[in-house]
Design a protein around this ligand. Sequence first.
Ligand SMILES: [Zn+2]
Length: 101
Amino acid sequence: MALNEKLTRTFVCEGEGCNKEFTLQFLNTQPVGEPPAGIEQWRVVQNNNGLQFGYCSGACESKAALSGKHDFQRPPQIQLATERDAHVAKKAVDKLIELRG
Ligand SMILES: [Zn+2]
């Protein structure tokens, strides 16, 4: 018995102020039937963070690129606590213990 996976994917343009969207049926990762008219210009942009953005047209993609939406964002850095931070935290814990009696 073969296992077939059927699913429907909805594509929504991420262009600012653009509400275009369409759905496609897939059977085992392959689109079924003809894609709807008007999505011939659909494109996906992937930035250096691995994030993907979908757009219905070059105009929507360009506006997003110019706004910096695709720019590489450094992940937040973990800052190690200083000795002063540890001292402040200890004082806060001591105060809590004191207040609870
Ligand atoms: Zn769009």
